[in-house]
Ligand binder design. Structure first.
Ligand code: HEC
Length: 100
């Protein structure tokens, strides 16, 4: 009987672990993937799928971040309130990655 209990523990526990690690909801919510999804939803319409429009990656991070946070008159809306500063930073990284 003891042997059977051990067999259950040894076989079932790793399976449960695998189920947790490979569950799609976890994989889908990595910060980089979130930024890619948010970029497509909120930014790509104006900046293009490859961040090729109205974006100059040669500019300093600080200046570009201010643009995302506060907006640039007249067309670029600010996103600090709706998305939060961390997401704005991640979106900037995403735009730089798209232009590499
Ligand atoms: C309604 C159109 C529109 C949307 C939506 C938009 N932008 Fe912009 N954005 C612009 C325009 C136009 C400029 C250029 C402003 C200028 O230089 O006068 C700009 C400028 C910027 C800049 C500064 C670029 C530079 O080279 O100075 C960054 C960074 C930026 N946007 C990021 C974003 C991000 C991130 C999002 C999504 C959260 C976003 N934008 C959504 C229109 C938009």
């Amino acid at each position: 009987m003891k042997l059977i209990r051990w067999a259950t523990v040894v076989l079932v526990m790793p399976l449960m672990g695998m189920a947790i690690v490979s569950s799609p909801s976890r994989a889908a919510s990595s910060p980089a993937q979130d930024a890619a999804v948010t970029y497509k939803a909120k930014c790509a319409a104006c900046h293009g799928a490859k961040a090729e429009k109205s974006f100059d990656p040669a500019k300093a991070d600080a200046d570009l971040l201010v643009a995302v946070l506060n907006g640039v008159k007249p067309k670029m809306p600010g996103f600090e309130r709706s998305l939060g500063a961390d997401t704005c930073k991640a979106l900037l990284t995403q735009m730089r990655d798209l232009r590499k």
